[in-house]
Design a binder for this molecule. Sequence first.
Ligand code: SDX
Length: 436
Amino acid sequence: MKLADNKATLSFSNGSPSVELPVYQGNVGPDVVDIRKLYAQTGMFTYDPGFLSTAACQSAITYIDGDKGELLYRGYPIEQLATQCDYLDTCHLLLYGNLPNAEAKAKFTKTVTYHTMVNEQMQFFLRGFRRDAHPMAIMTGLVGAMSAFYHDSTDINNPEHREISAIRLIAKMPTLVAMAYKYSAGQPYVYPRNDLSYAGNFLHMMFATPCEEYKVNPVIERALDRIFILHADHEQNASTSTVRLCGSSGTNPFAAIAAGVACLWGPAHGGANEACLTMLEDIQRMGGISKVGEFMNQVKDKSSNVKLMGFGHRVYKNYDPRAKLMQETCKEVLTALGLENDPLFKLAMSLEKIALEDDYFVQRKLYPNVDFYSGIVQRAIGIPVSLFTAIFALARTVGWIAQLNEMIGDPEYKIGRPRQLFTGSVKRDVPPVGAR
Ligand code: SDX
């Protein structure tokens, strides 16, 4: 970042001395007012619950222009990455800052491929869960448990440990998600195969059985790979900020990523894809498109607490570019599977059309986000609704790791320790129990 020729002056109406604060510029996007010395100089904190106006770090990984609906991974537009690259290209880009040439790609692919198996002991963790446990409960446990197996890569301050744990996490997440699915389905686990692509291997581990050969459908393989690309990283969202804050204590990478998995689970965040599909199925059950108007009235009635899941975003105040690509992927997969008349897809399209013409949504700049169509395409592939967020976590793991490693490599980073505005009881004495 570079010092701007602009400065911020903070003055107080009570006559307290004003304070001059430096302003820094990035390469694109809003400048920042550096308030690091504010408390020392004024004895005051800033107040920004939800961090709507706060830059928690400097980063060179992902840039979002919410007004334009633009998303860049290391400067490359998501539309180009999603159509011209694959997920492992994207992983290499996010981790190392550049797209791999053919030789680097082959090396990276081989490295990831040869780390896809998990320690055989890990399967016994699953036996401790009920068969109907939510896959995100299982994933939170399994990812954290990885730190119990890979003691040779838990020192986050050791660059070699960071490198090998990044590869292990990227390589093993598909295996663990597929194991969580097989456990809930009561089917035997399927080992990874080194002759399959990253997405093809996941499909094989998910849907193959010992009873017959499973052929990976190339259209679905490509669609899933694109879904992984679209979910790979997204600036300082809630789960990424969780990983950074968790990692700032120096804890091991597996524990920090497990914290990200736990945060992503929430319906306001990664859990929205599951909530969105459930919402569409509920409307379908109530009567489908004929009931959309009634549902939208509920959404606009604040007292109902009903939200149009898959709509709205903290940063995008325009169409989420990932939603557009996801809608295209939806059409490709549904057509390939002969499901072009899928009622839920038609319902989603009509919901989107109505919302984009409705003042309530237009005024609040609410557009479809990445979660609006992702559930429909995953359901068409045969992925159970409860597994959607686990697949989001699988894809986002590379972003979490890239952001965590960037923080650890930043000489300015310290353990994160926000302050507060205290509104509780001031000091008082404990009354005897008879006087309480
Ligand atoms: C992800 O941050 C990221 O980058 C996240 C993510 C990533 O890749 O990491 O993009 C992934 O989490 C996408 C978002 C998935 N969540 C959902 O689809 C859940 C539904 N969306 C809402 O919960 C909401 O839009 C949020 C949480 C996504 C954003 O909330 P904000 O920015 O805090 O916005 P807000 O709640 O202040 O909303 C502004 C207004 C409010 O109305 P008013 O008080 O101004 O009258 O819009 C309303 C909200 O009530 N609103 C909605 C709505 N989203 C916002 N009303 C109905 N339906 C919605 N979906």
